[in-house]
Design a binder for this molecule. Sequence first.
Ligand SMILES: [Zn+2]
Length: 585
Amino acid sequence: MVPPDMQIAVLLSRTTWEIWDTMTTSESKSTIFVRLIILSLPLTAFSSLSRAQPYSEKQLHVFNVLTKGVHSLGSENWRFTAIAPLTADIIPLFWGNHKAYTGDSRWPQKSYPPVAIASEYQKGRFVALGHDGLLVDPSANKDFIGNILNWLGNGYQHRNVTIYAHISNWFSKDRLCAKAKEVLASRGVEIIELRAQVTDEDLKECDLFIIVRPSQTIDQNEIRSIASYVEQGGSLLMTGIGWYWEDQHRSHDIRVFPLNRLGEHLGFEYSRTSIDKTPRDNKTETRRYSPIRFQPLYARKPVQLEKYSLKEHSNHSITQSITQNKNKYKCHYVVEGENVIVSMPYRFFAKCKKPVDFIRQLDAVYDLYVDLTDGIKPFCGSKIVILNIDNMNYHMSSGNPILSRQDRIEYILGELDRSDYKNPSWGLMHELGHDFIIGMEHYFIFGHGDNESWAEFFALYGCHVLGLEHKEPTWKEIAKRYHESGKHDFERIKNEKWLMIGLLHHISDQYGWDVYRKLFKRYAELVRENDYLEFNETERKVRLFVKELSLAAGVNFYPYFDRWGFPVSQSTNNELKHLPKAALF
Ligand SMILES: [Zn+2]
């Protein structure tokens, strides 16, 4: 049986998310609508520092100073961005716990993604934070911001703090949280908002330079001035939310995020994804994010990540390399294909004899789905990460990453083995199907069971084209019996996946897959025109579906859908009257 998974697919693309709950002033309590896009970073520089490393006495001292008295950071609702340390100088201050992961393949479970880092960089210092709330929100931990400002300010001998308002159209000194204002006021500091491009001159007598949620790009001169200011003894405080930048700047890669441009010099990289959390209305799901609590530095022992790419590796070279790895049992392995990235522990790769064949087949399934949906790729075309996690109520869950519970490892391997690595498993094909439904803005989804049926539909299509044995339990039979019963039970169709897929399958048997290809081409046009229907606009969706399906097939399906109890209208029938009546069963 296909693993029952959650409706996160639906929720992910149509849920409104609050960036945080308690923003200041006019934005307080306002909900900022963002479509959650969980994207994966291209697998460039994997941090060699993902493993545990010894820290110097000096680093431990900095860690102790900055975390003194701090047990947690702020509201548990914050969606933090992970910040990857890329050099040995970087000190993680706080990080997600062993359950935390992100859609960035750099951060599987047990990678302990840092959300706050600090470093002494040449003669200067900096702190980078993975959430703006830490500096502005009343619920942010006061000791933490106090520690940071005291450490960075270095005595505030010039009594000058400069906020770089030039690249942040949202942040101003008024937005600083009360604790930050209090610390700076107690040092007699003047806070300057710099609204022009920063120059060396601006930084000459600056005790602390602050960048909060940059919204503009940064150019080479600005980077040079800021980096050389820190090198010569200046202090820099940065906060940013990578996933928010990504959402606001679709045309820019996360590498263009100003803090990442600075990070290239200073040695860190903000992720484009968040340490995720469960949607509020899906409380039965495993908590998908980690509360951020204090842990001593020695307790952070991240799993070692090893990465392979289909471009550079063969089945043999991957399996050989994994077998010969002395630390193999402690490692987490990432293999990157053209469209899909598989992120699994040793336990999976110990038994996966042909990892390249496996991922190539997943890539092929992805390509088939892209072909079916007229080129619409989910998550803006980002590679889909398939991530093993140890805790989840469901076997698998769609989105990016697609989550696969650890007991699914044997199931996937079983399907691979039985098919000589031709069948990448029905479950993963099904979850990829959900992702493409998200890409198609749920245009043809009428309810939960229906969502499931369409994921099955994609998997069925993939199996059909790839010549794989597919699971087709009794759905065609169920659909036939339903038709013959003469029932009008749209609620059942919306909630029972086997019925709808049965009806869809009868249609493809009779009229061919091309009907659906043409239908999706029409939906793709609407998606490209940004003509979205709301998820719950069921009647409009049904009318559109019956009309477009009929036009695609060149036959009128109205009488069938009417008979089955779909909320179709006579006007749809009138639009289709010129077509011959469809003939099913
Ligand atoms: Zn599903």
